[in-house]
Design a protein. Structure first.
Ligand SMILES: Cc1ncc(COP(=O)(O)O)c(C=O)c1O
Length: 394
């Protein structure tokens, strides 16, 4: 990877040391340009006319996302966020009282809330697989639960937002495929960070967002839907005239492809920016990105660990480009804003974002540092120096 060139291609790199890629990464110029050009054309020519003139170019989003995930373009829907993708997927499953859903303790907080809400409204039973002492889902326990409980759905977050670990999504997918159980994977933090292959994972739904490691715009997401799901008579609870066709006074036919999960109205400038972002990642190569991030984390983790009073909270056999730590400061917001004053971006995760995980670690907040391939060794030095001096005078 030509890091100097990649940084020159990233306006934010000129002024900020950005270690908040798990929040929202810095977009490169092609992403910015695609959105600015599209908005200018809309303003000059009209929204509908611009969409018609750019139909072929906009369609490249579905092909690029398909390439990213090893899926046909027809199995991809464009949405507004990973959470929105998740809700659309859930809303097509005809849950009945007593249906079992199996998830992991480390799954994303909004996903947990969605299931708690389904429990309240439809009487489903949410069952969480145990975690291993070293972190991550206990695969044997999850597999035995799947065999014993015949769930309506299994869901797993690939890279949880706060724990630093990578969950074994393909191992669980294999079991779901053998038993023909719908499987929903949240790849919000892994998309753009790790190679993803929906065939290998064996999932029926995969949710992602654009603004994180994919370096795309905010307010954009995607949903992969397998043919297994599209062949079922299942469709999202609320359909619009893009997702389905009104065929007679009282009948309709849902779209045969993943458009079934999409709205008619779209933020087309974001769609253009999302294509540019995914194309950028595909061109760089996801394995190259993963290797570079592993290298950066390999430098960062031990150096952070050696700072006085700092405790790394990351668990799991396999770790991702999300580093969480606790530090001896009483006000985490002070730490965050003091780093920001030095033009260093990080994030603070609070307990409600990872309730079960943080409780088990005995912390109620964590500083989250999430490097991406365009970060450098010099930036790591800058971050470490700043943390060292701030922690010396909390
Ligand atoms: C693992 C995971 N899933 C889902 C989400 C939600 O993504 P979005 O805000 O795009 O809905 C996040 C956001 O941080 C996340 O970390």
């Amino acid at each position: 990877m030509d890091i100097a060139n990649l940084r020159a291609d990233t306006p934010g790199c000129q002024t900020k040391v950005h270690f908040n890629n798990a929040g929202a990464a810095l977009p490169p110029y092609p992403v910015l340009q695609a959105m600015q050009d599209y908005l200018a054309e809309e303003a000059n020519c009209g929204g509908y006319e611009t969409a018609a003139a750019n139909a072929t170019a906009l369609n490249r989003f579905y092909m690029a996302a398909g390439k990213l995930l090893n899926a046909p373009a027809k199995n991809i829907a464009f949405t507004s966020s990973a959470t929105n993708s998740f809700a659309r997927a859930l809303s097509c499953i005809p849950f009945k009282k007593g249906d079992v859903v199996i998830i992991a303790n480390e799954d994303y907080s909004s996903n947990q809330l969605a299931f708690l809400s389904l429990e309240e409204r439809f009487g489903i039973e949410l069952v969480r697989a145990n975690s291993l002492p070293e972190g991550g889902v206990d695969v044997d326990h999850m597999v035995s639960l799947i065999h014993a409980r015949h769930p309506r759905l299994v869901s797993l977050t690939h890279v949880p937002t706060n724990t630093g670990l990578i969950q074994p999504v393909a191992t669980i997918g294999k079991v779901c495929r053998e038993l023909d159980i719908p499987y929903l994977v949240d790849a919000c933090q892994s998309a753009g960070q790790l190679p993803l292959d929906v065939e290998e994972i064996g999932c029926d739904f995969l949710c992602a967002t654009l603004r994180k490691f994919l370096r795309g715009p905010r307010g954009a997401g995607l949903l992969y839907v397998s043919d297994r799901m599209l062949h079922k008579p299942w469709y999202p609870l609320f359909l619009d005239m893009y997702a389905a066709t009104w065929t007679d006074d009282d009948t309709f036919i849902p779209a045969s492809d993943a458009k079934r999960f999409q709205d008619w109205e779209q933020p087309y400038a974001l769609l253009a920016g999302s294509y540019a972002a995914i194309h950028y990642a595909n061109e760089l190569g996801l394995q190259n990105i993963a290797d570079r991030n592993k290298y950066l984390c390999g430098i960062l983790r031990p150096r952070l660990q050696s700072l006085p009073g700092v405790k790394l909270l990351d668990k799991g056999k396999e770790q991702a480009s999300i580093i969480t730590l606790s530090a001896p400061v009483s006000d985490p917001q002070w730490l965050l804003s003091s780093l920001r004053e030095r033009n260093i971006n990080t994030a603070v995760s609070v307990i409600a974002g990872a309730l079960i995980d943080f409780r088990s670690k005995g912390v109620n907040w964590a500083l989250r540092i999430s490097p991406h391939y365009y970060n450098t060794e010099d930036e790591i030095d800058t971050l470490l120096d700043a943390l060292e001096s701030l922690l010396a005078n909390p």
